[in-house]
Design a binder for this molecule. Sequence first.
Ligand code: ARG
Length: 461
Amino acid sequence: TQPQPWSQRFESALHPAIARFNASIGFDIRLIEYDLTGSQAHAKMLAKTGIISPEEGERLIQGLEQIRQEYRQGRFSPGIDAEDVHFAVERRLTELVGDVGKKLHTARSRNDQVGTDIRLYLRAEIDQIQQQLRQWQRTLLEVATPHVETLIPGYTHLQRAQPLSLAHHLLAYVEMAERDWQRLAQLRQRVNVSPLGAGALAGTTFPIDRHYSAQLLGFAEPYRNSLDAVSDRDFAIEFLCAASLIMVHLSRLAEEVILWASEEFAFIQLTDTCATGSSIMPQKKNPDVPELVRGKTGRVFGHLQALLVVMKGLPLAYNKDLQEDKEAIFDAVDTVTACLEAMTILMAQGIVFQPQRLAAAVNSDFANATDVADYLASKGVPFREAYNLVGRVVKTCLEQGKFLKDLTLQEWQALHPAFENDIYERIAPQQVVAARNSYGGTGFAQVRMALEEARRRLNDF
Ligand code: ARG
């Protein structure tokens, strides 16, 4: 076994099981490109400030670049004995460039180093997820566009409430994704701060230039407090929170897709490219994709909860508990990325709305009852009185197996003299939806404006 990478104060090697338990190389290798970039910036700063010579700086930077090539070509795969990606890189660097490699860790600790790596990583992933969210919004918009006048029952308590424009329903998810995008944009600012040069916890005796290394790495500024810099994981928790909300939104639509695909609703059919079959029931076509999205939502919530609990009792500054942040973040990134991709494909080509089923649904319910009450109210009947009257009408219709549209004009007028022939037009589902023309409502004119507005907003990106 190789000697442990830390100081000579240790006499014997780690117990092999403890070495495995302690090591993070199995998962933090994923940070290697950011570790190399961070180390190159650090080396450049050391040379600029005269802490090492320009030639030494150049050799370090070159050596680190060589490791990058080795890694990309699959020739660098350090084992458990390296403990973590930071030690692995430093060890390989010294093999490649000789003793000067041992100068890289001047004025630095793994604590500020790992903080730098994870922020560089997360910043890149946030950018990528933001792009995916835009793609998701564009897809929803495309699906919604031809369906302004396609009606779908609207529900509260999962009971038929009032009919909706299908485009309006889909646009609600465009709005949720918009806030998800904004949340990422805002938390990105808090991710984009440099802990590099905070040292182990207290700063360093060397005349480093933290603003310079921050700038090299594209960070907006260095952390102001070295203790905070190495022990802060707020940014990671914020990310997990934003990721959780993205999952909440995807999961709600996933749930609707699952309902819609059931025989009871049958508002959509799943295409063969996005549905799966049963091993025993030959007739089945299962919505596995939205089910998995709904199911995977749980693990992202779990990571958020896990990191909150990891942090709550930690005294300042670094504690090894913080190593637990990585798998949570990595898995949340993988899950959100995969779910956004799958839902985008599902929405773009996995579902086919069934116009006859939708039309049959909106034409055979009492979701126009509010409009009868509104009709009377607009003719001067106090709304509550009108509401009570319509309630009685619905009751009678239910007893007689009729819908409101089946009542004759005489029947209407027997209920209230204010009813005239135009009541039929007013309670036709198309008109019921069109009439909800208040700002943000489902009226066709509003929905067309909303589509236009969303399209403009998305084109700006
Ligand atoms: N692998 C460690 C982590 O992920 C790197 C930092 C270790 N620092 C330390 N003082 N042991 O957190």
